[in-house]
Design a protein around this ligand. Structure first.
Ligand SMILES: *Cc1c(COP(=O)(O)O)cnc(C)c1O
Length: 357
């Protein structure tokens, strides 16, 4: 490989499909190019004859898909001379915004709901040097304040209402189609603020229009039962779910997600926290892939649909695992067995291992 071919993030890779940005303004941490992992054990376990692939977005530089959108949003902001970015966040947007701002040498301000974000995500925003403001409210309330500040002052909003975010995020669809050589039959995503399902659908449609794929997937979105505004068709004032990344009661891209669902012939449904945690454990313990609870909702959704015979035999189904499991280790420890204790001698250890004679 020559240095000329070195991978340098999604903007250079998919330039022809993205808004123009001059090289000198590109802020990248080599996001994207994440693995598409074929499930090895799960189809059998859940007794389905479909092909399951995971788009493992937890392997982006800050551990979530938000980096795809952030490289676009921050590069664009830098090209316009912005000196500061702001976002409201359930965690991952703040981790990503603060990292890209650090790299750009500009300030970042993040508003987070007090006590409701995973430890790993908080640590990221802090170490990347963001000004972290915990508000006594939820994500939706934080977003309202953030939007007002961005309107009145010279700080750029980098939530997914920033159109450049969705432009960057749609590149995950391109990668999947490039790697498979075709579009999957189904694509399953978690739905929080609903930006990502909107972005993926946009990406697939653009690839279809460019003749790169011959069909389009059905988009299947899942919300947690306690935070399911789109499913229930009403704003949820006090959303609750263990999957903090999708604890959102009034999604910014609500109508666009509904359009993605309807245009693709897909659906948006909900599953319980119990189903989410079961899928979360199942994925890590059977496939070796560790994602956060919000990401595991895709598998919970697949299990639910598969149980009612939704999928045709042999269908190809891609699940986006939106964030890395290490962001939220407390939940992993909670759903797993406790470590075993032993005195410090070999025989005691062997006994616990079941290897004592
Ligand atoms: C942001 C996020 C989501 C939700 O994505 P939306 O675009 O808001 O629907 C899901 N999972 C993780 C890990 C996230 O960080």
């Amino acid at each position: 490989m020559t240095l000329k071919d070195k991978y340098e993030g999604i903007i250079k890779r998919y330039r022809g499909f993205l808004p123009e940005i001059d090289d000198k303004y590109i802020i990248t941490i080599n996001e994207g190019n994440t693995p598409l992992i074929k499930a090895r054990n799960l189809s059998k376990l859940i007794n389905t004859d479909i092909e399951i692939y995971f788009k493992y977005e937890g392997l982006n530089p800050t551990g979530s898909f938000k980096d795809r959108g952030m490289t676009m949003a921050v590069s664009k902001a830098v090209s316009e001379g912005t000196k500061a970015v702001i976002c409201a966040s359930t965690g991952n947007t703040s981790a990503s915004a603060s990292a890209y701002a650090a790299r750009a040498g500009i300030k970042s301000f993040v508003l987070i709901p007090e006590g409701k974000i995973a430890t790993g995500k908080l640590s990221q925003a802090l170490i990347h040097g963001a000004t972290v403001i915990q508000i006594k409210g939820n994500f939706d309330e934080a977003l309202v304040i953030t939007k007002e500040i961005a309107k009145e002052y010279d700080v750029t909003l980098v939530n997914s209402v920033n159109p450049f975010r969705l432009e960057g995020q749609k590149t995950a669809s391109f990668e999947i189609a490039d790697e498979l050589g075709f579009a999957p039959d189904y694509h399953i995503l978690p739905v929080g603020n609903a930006g990502n399902i909107t972005a993926y659908w946009k990406g697939y449609k653009e690839y279809y229009d460019a003749g790169k794929i011959k069909s389009l997937p059905k988009m299947l979105g899942f919300q947690a039962e306690g935070a399911a505004p789109i499913v229930l068709n009403r704003i949820i004032e006090k959303p609750h779910t263990v999957a903090t990344a999708i604890r959102i009661g009034n999604p910014a891209s609500w109508q666009k997600a509904v359009a993605a669902r309807d245009e693709s012939g897909g659906l948006i449904e909900s599953v319980s926290d119990e189903e989410i945690l079961k899928a979360y454990f199942m994925l890590a313990s059977n496939e070796g892939v560790f994602c956060e609870p919000a990401s595991a909702i895709t598998l919970a959704g697949l299990i639910k649909l598969s149980g009612r015979g939704f999928f045709e035999k042999g269908s190809v189904c891609v699940l986006t695992l939106t964030g890395h499991g290490l962001k939220d280790p407390e939940n992993a420890i909670k759903v797993s067995k406790e470590p075993l204790a032993a005195p410090c001698d070999k025989n005691s250890v062997l006994k616990i291992m079941g290897l004592n004679k």
